[in-house]
Design a protein around this ligand. Sequence first.
Ligand SMILES: Nc1ncnc2c1ncn2[C@@H]1O[C@H](COP(=O)(O)OP(=O)(O)OP(=O)(O)O)[C@@H](O)[C@H]1O
Length: 252
Amino acid sequence: MLKHVSKTFEVNGKSMPALESVDLEVAAGTFTALVGPSGCGKSTVLNMVAGLFAPSSGEVLYDGHVVTRLNHQVGYMTQKDTLLPWRTVRDNIALPLEMKRRDINQKDRGERVADMIELVGLKGFGEHFPAQLSGGMRKRVQLARMLVYRPETLLMDEPFAALDAQMRTVMHGELMRLTELQRATVIFVTHDLAEAITLADKVAVFTGRPGRIKLQRDIPIARPRDPFKVRFDDAVAGIQEELWDQLREELQ
Ligand SMILES: Nc1ncnc2c1ncn2[C@@H]1O[C@H](COP(=O)(O)OP(=O)(O)OP(=O)(O)O)[C@@H](O)[C@H]1O
């Protein structure tokens, strides 16, 4: 939860306000999308929830406690492809377990990784290297690497921006299936309103820099959702227009 959070960066001796008095409540097990113009501080919100840096004022709370150091309850997936090219799919997915869960023995670790490979639809590709995979498959590996550690909360920063529209829609289905299975809480940053509405229980629209939350909108579309069909849902056009009107003002 963010309570009156502001963040100012010092760049070359100059103060650069990035966020101003942001209040955001994210209920456990829900999916929240953050949308807003470039540079309005969306990634900064994720970085503070992850404990990478502290707010300048206000509080970032996780499970009722102020986040003061690296938050190990969260998994983080960025737009950038961060797979290690010298490691196989299997060894890339195993990485967070090797680093963070030394309590899990090698046999259980191997089983968890194998289950995860199957769950994200990459059976038979465990011994492939990232360079031998398509863009969509690499995203699946990144998704598996984040989920294998079973974090309670997933922070996702435009994770599918580099994919073509069809593959992105396929990944939306996969993400919803997997997060519902693990009952994960998700905070998802995107520029794409349609993506936000397809995935989220709640969309927060930010103003331009310094970012404030302009509007929070519940998305009352029943789950499970079929990402190929959501766009034809009667409610969606109205919600999209309402949110787009708010966002457009900030882009101008
Ligand atoms: N570590 C940092 N040091 C200095 N300035 C930073 C740092 N991180 C972010 N900023 C600044 O804070 C502002 C918000 O950046 P942020 O990356 O959070 O925006 P964003 O909404 O995620 O943008 P985009 O949609 O373009 O990714 C920007 O002006 C950026 O230059």
